[in-house]
Ligand binder design. Structure first.
Ligand code: AMP
Length: 362
């Protein structure tokens, strides 16, 4: 064990109080680790399950300083932690994954440049900073293509699909004139992801490749294993390790990829999430060690756990009023239900998930 490793009884500080922070806090508690949640909205789900909480803005330096004093390591559940917040905390306590992973994944242009530098294939792309560069990028890459804001995009927000003949300058205006990238359209047949973890000592483990389906740009179903060739699956795991190594990463990382089947299977990296990921929720009950426990082990400087799958997996998100099916789900022997403790089942809101674990060949 490295000298900077945590001991049971120590405290993990988590930025963000949503369901990811909540599931991390529950995993930490299993080892006698305490969690201190920091977030701007006291009604969020992680506050229900932590030893201590701070409700304050991410820019509130007085609150951040007190938070840093109260914790042994800092982690986060979302990639849009302001750079100044991460730097302020990193000067006082270890922040894992480190600020380099945050900077790289917060900006789609920086992320694509990093990926290409690390030898990971991406869609062709071009920076767009004004109407002229939007038109130039569209003529260079060709349409269809997708215009995306460089920052703060999630679940399909901040992006516009440009079909052949459509006006890139108008799409740029529709996104509010924010700095963007234009990405060539990838003719994918499947969306997959790899959830892996890298320890403080550089060790790496990954779960089997996940196959993901979205509805209205929100993940609805994850199947594991993904229905892809064994060589492609091995290549996806190897790419994830290469990316984690190049980021000198500590913690759980998820890499979202497209599978193109035209002319043989080929992988294209879409984006990196520097955190636990929705497509890894099945590991809670569906693998030897969950992604949440794995993240806690990694940032604590502890050995990583086994990623072996315990069956064939289907994980469905419970979005909005779908969570009302909870009594029927509880009655299914193969179903494992997780609810996030959110009071209001608003449309499009992730309220929980259900993982069904079947015998491997069923
Ligand atoms: P993102 O926010 O980058 O994850 O994009 C949201 C969704 O848009 C993805 O899950 C894909 O279904 C689709 N998408 C994003 N980028 C591309 C691309 N370059 N080519 C084709 N589809 C894309």
């Amino acid at each position: 064990m490295k000298p900077e490793a945590l001991k049971p009884g120590d405290t993990i500080g988590i930025l963000g109080a949503g369901q990811l922070g909540r599931m991390m806090a529950l995993a930490a508690a299993q080892f006698g680790l305490k969690t201190h949640i920091f977030g701007p909205d006291g009604g969020e789900p992680a506050f229900q399950v932590c030893a201590a909480g701070t409700v304050a803005a991410y820019e509130d330096e007085k609150a951040l300083a007190q938070f840093a004093d109260a914790v042994d390591v800092v982690t986060y559940e979302f990639e849009n932690v302001p750079a100044a917040t991460a730097a302020f905390l990193a000067a006082r306590r270890p922040v894992r994954p480190g600020p380099f992973a945050l900077q790289t994944t917060q900006d789609r242009l920086v992320e694509k440049d990093f990926l290409n530098g690390a030898g990971a294939p991406t869609a062709p792309y071009a920076a767009v900073s004004d109407e002229a560069s939007a038109l130039e990028a569209a003529s260079r890459l060709g349409l269809p293509a997708i215009l995306k804001t460089r920052r703060f995009g999630y679940d399909g927000k901040g992006q516009i699909l440009l079909r052949a003949g459509e006006d890139a300058a108008q799409a740029f205006r529709a996104l509010g004139g924010a700095a963007c990238i234009l990405e060539g359209f990838v003719p994918f047949t499947k969306e997959i992801s790899v959830v892996g973890a890298r320890g403080l000592d550089g060790s790496f483990v990954a779960y089997d490749v996940c196959e993901n389906e979205h509805e209205h740009h929100i993940l609805s179903l994850t199947r594991v294993p993904a229905r892809i060739g064994a060589q492609t699956a091995a290549a996806a795991l190897a790419l994830t390790r290469k990316i984690a190594d190049a980021l000198d990463y500590v913690g759980v990382i998820a890499v979202e990829m497209f599978l193109v089947e035209e002319g043989g299977e080929r992988l294209v990296v879409n984006e990196i999430a520097p955190r636990v990921h929705n497509s890894g929720h099945w590991t809670l009950g569906g693998a030897q060690v969950s992604q949440f426990e794995q993240h806690v082990r990694a940032i604590a400087g502890w050995p990583l756990g086994g990623p072996r799958r315990l069956g064939r997996i289907e994980m469905r998100n419970l979005i909005g009023d779908q969570c009302e099916a909870w009594p029927a789900i509880l009655a299914e022997p193969e179903a494992r239900l997780t609810l996030y403790g959110k009071a209001e089942a608003r449309k499009g809101r992730k309220m929980g998930h259900v993982t069904r674990i079947f015998p491997e060949n069923e």
